[in-house]
Design a protein around this ligand. Structure first.
Ligand code: MIC
Ligand code: SF4
Length: 756
């Protein structure tokens, strides 16, 4: 079944004319990214005037996707806009709130019980506002989007940082915060700084143990967690064409770990085959009829340096499998060097658990390749030394993998199969003993591995690899095992070597029933009122934030100066806290509890300047708030890296944090803060970070003349009476300054919709 086929048909009908127009305006060959971005500009945009990496542009995406943990806040915001239905096709996917513990059946049952209130809320809001709803157990958002909605040349946004997965089907698909999704759902344009474009040329072809995952593991190592910021990564070359569609999606998915806005491949046969195998032959045919509009121009790929902002080349034929980690996804280590690296750093080599699945790696190809390793190991009388857990990405995949015997192979090796959901990827893993904080190692095929993310234990060293490498390492129980060269002792005392994995790109025949777990919205919406219980612990209607009072900020105490890596998982932790994603007041109790306080190197312990005592960050923030005092948060590089969760921005706003000043921001987090009305600033001199003392007060001036490109002044008032004068940069444009002044972007919308 092809969802929204009429929208897709009319998109392809109008595409040739749009591309012709872009060509005329720019008068030069075009990258694929430009074709898609420019063809989705909002009306009235001046194509020729837009400078990549500099100018903001307004886009009209074709669709919106939300997952249950972010949809709650997005929909609570949508509900106050007064709109009767969404303006573009939108869906909600229940995947983040299911805890993995005893296997798919019992875990799903228990999630339906514990999260009932939230599921009911989401389902009734979806039904009312014409949003498609995918029930718990249907699958992980990105997998379900790929299998049902993504189409080459389209543009979508999603309230999850791994929305770019759809780039494997040739879509521009950035991750955003809920407030951005609300813009698009209400029919407004979506604003983004026009990205730069990184061209990645893939030559040769994969072989042996190497898989698509290794391409992105290597690239993340090359670019680091910041290197893709503000850019679209466009892949091309014979190597790109040699990859399966789901392999391309794996690469686009984990591209989020470089900070990239999104990643993208041009339309090719692998995509057409995937569309056909997921019952969308009609879309495949429509796309095949205009191949030229759905790939970059030949001149671009012949002379990439001329057209891309940066070009990187990776030879797939000589690529080695990688294992990235621990604690950061950009620490890329070729399998052959792990032994040395682990010894140097004292990482525990004994692997406790291998986890296969997640939105990154749960395709038919992934499952079949990992299963082939397991099958080969069993046939050679090997017994897994580590626990092995499999998490299918969608019900479609699970049913097919079950039908084709792969799940039996995993079960034969004693593996547990968890529900089709995020589970251990986002701390939703009720792992026995994780509360003991023991130092241990796990390896998984997910995308990120920040501290505490898998099981809440700060001492779990989580490493990221391909599913086949995870399977092999689970049998060896040793992180330093290199299946390309090493042997293992089997149960009969014989040295054996694992055979290279063998996979199948697509199932030999598909199953019908793409809509397993899908609930259609009520026709033409319904008039049901959405009721939120006043005493609910999990849901809370939103109260608009106050407008800026028109004065400069003075005497703001420092709340916390965060040291080192400060991801959204540090700012607003997941796991246990996921249950409060629809309740701003309650979730604010996790604000910055994972961030390291620069002054005492401890987490969740900061100075309260009023009492001169140390307390938890949220408690101190609340103490200032109730005394009517605003605060400042300071941080280092790539602040807010990782998730799209806007709770990381709404919580400080709710707790009266007036400004966040850092060395640099991650894109989604910076926008989220701006949208919620928190002043986002960067040090003009990064060394100024060092000048901030624990008991400082901040004056921030220049706000009355707040203008694009104009610095603001900060006076750091130290307790000994001395001061430091700093200059702060910002990246606000006029529209965003208006958000700040109105108290939030949503306040502007509410005001204008009241007037009309
Ligand atoms: C993640 O992978 O970090 C998440 C959990 O999917 C988040 C979304 C969230 O926090 O709800 C993301 O990637 O945006
Ligand atoms: Fe879910 Fe993990 Fe994918 Fe985020 S990265 S959507 S938590 S599976």
């Amino acid at each position: 079944m092809s969802f929204d086929i009429d929208v897709i048909k009319s998109f392809y009908q109008s595409l040739p004319e749009k591309i012709q127009e872009i060509r005329k305006r720019l008068g030069r060959p075009l990258t694929l990214s430009e074709k898609i971005l420019f063809s989705h500009l909002a009306e009235g945009s001046q194509i020729a005037d837009i400078r990549r990496g500099t100018d903001y542009a307004a886009f009209k995406p074709d669709r919106v996707a939300m997952q249950d943990a972010t949809a709650q806040m997005a929909l609570l915001q949508f509900m106050v806009t007064g709109k009767e239905r969404v303006s573009v096709p939108s869906t909600v996917h229940c995947d983040h709130l299911i805890t993995g513990k005893s296997g798919a059946g019992p875990d799903l049952k228990s999630a339906l019980g514990t999260n009932n209130e939230v599921y009911e809320f989401l389902s009734s809001v979806c039904s009312k506002f014409d949003i498609g709803f995918w029930k718990p157990g249907a699958g992980i958002i990105h997998q379900v989007i790929l299998e049902n909605y993504a189409f080459p040349g389209g543009m979508m946004i999603g309230t999850d940082s791994h929305t770019p997965t759809a780039g494997g089907l040739g879509m521009i698909a950035p991750g955003v915060g809920g407030a951005d999704a609300v813009d698009v759902m209400t029919g407004m344009a979506w604003e983004l700084k026009f990205p730069e474009i990184i061209g990645v040329k893939l030559t040769g072809s994969l072989n042996g143990w190497t898989s698509a995952k290794d391409i992105i593991l290597k690239l993340t190592g090359m670019l680091t967690v910041k290197g893709g910021t503000g850019s679209v990564i466009e892949y091309f070359g014979e190597g790109a064409r040699s990859l399966s569609c789901t392999g391309k999606s794996t690469i686009c998915n984990m591209g989020a770990e470089t900070g990239a806005t999104c990643s993208l491949f041009g339309f090719d046969k692998a995509m057409a085959d995937f569309l056909t195998s997921t019952e969308r032959g009609e879309v495949a045919e429509l796309a095949s009829n205009q191949l030229d509009n759905l790939t970059g121009d030949a001149e671009v790929y012949a002379e990439p340096e001329k057209y891309f902002d940066q070009v990187i080349e990776i030879d797939l034929s000589s690529l080695e499998p990688y294992i990235n980690g621990p604690f950061t996804p950009d620490r890329a280590i070729p399998v052959s060097q792990m032994k040395e690296e682990a010894a140097k750093n004292g990482w525990p080599l004994k692997v406790e658990t291998g986890l296969i699945g997640s939105c990154t790696n749960s395709s038919y190809e992934d499952i079949s390749r990992a299963a082939s390793v397991v099958k080969n190991a069993i046939s050679q009388k090997l017994i897994p030394k580590a626990e092995l857990i499999v998490i299918p990405g969608s019900e479609r995949i699970r049913v097919i993998a079950e039908r084709d015997g792969f799940m039996d192979i995993f079960r034969e090796a004693g593996s547990e199969v968890f529900a089709n959901a995020c589970g251990p990827c986002i701390g939703q893993w009720d792992r026995k003993g994780s509360d003991k904080s023991e130092v241990n190692t796990v390896i998984h095929s997910f995308n990120r591995n920040f501290a505490k993310r898998t099981d809440g234990n700060p001492n779990t060293h989580a490493f990221v690899a391909s599913p086949e490498i995870v399977a092999a390492i689970a049998f060896s129980g040793n992180l330093a095992f290199n299946p390309l060269t090493d042997t293992l002792m089997n149960s009969e005392g014989r040295e054996v070597k694992l055979s290279e994995p063998e996979g199948i790109n697509l199932p030999p025949d598909t199953i019908s029933g793409a809509e397993t777990g899908y609930q259609e919205p009520a026709k033409n919406g319904n008039s049901n009122e959405i009721i939120i219980a006043a005493d609910s612990e999990r849901l809370q209607a939103l109260v608009p934030f106050n407008e800026w009072d028109g004065s400069d900020f003075s005497d703001l105490p420092l709340l916390i100066k965060a040291k080192g890596k400060c991801t959204t998982d540090h700012i607003s932790m997941a796991g246990f806290w996921l249950k409060y994603r629809g309740h701003l007041e309650n979730i604010s109790n996790n604000y910055m509890i994972g961030a390291v306080n620069f002054f005492n190197e401890k987490t969740n312990l900061v100075l309260n300047q009023l009492t001169k005592e140390y307390d938890h960050v949220p408690a101190v923030a609340r103490a200032y708030k109730s005394a009517g005092i605003g605060t400042v948060v300071a941080g280092e590089e790539n602040f807010g890296e990782g998730s799209s969760r806007e709770h990381a921005a709404m919580e400080p706003r709710y707790l009266n944090v007036k400004a966040v000043i850092v060395k640099s921001f991650a894109r989604i987090h910076e926008t989220n803060l701006k949208k919620q009305g928190v002043l986002t600033l960067t040090f003009s001199d990064k060394d100024d970070y060092d000048k901030i003392r624990e008991d400082d007060r901040f004056n921030i001036s220049g706000l009355k003349g707040f203008a694009p490109g104009k610095q603001l002044d900060i006076v750091l008032k130290h307790a000994d009476g001395s001061i430091d004068n700093l200059k702060a940069n910002h990246s606000y444009n006029e529209t965003q300054i208006a958000w700040f002044k109105a108290g939030s972007a949503l306040n502007i919308f509410r005001k204008s919709s009241k007037k009309s």
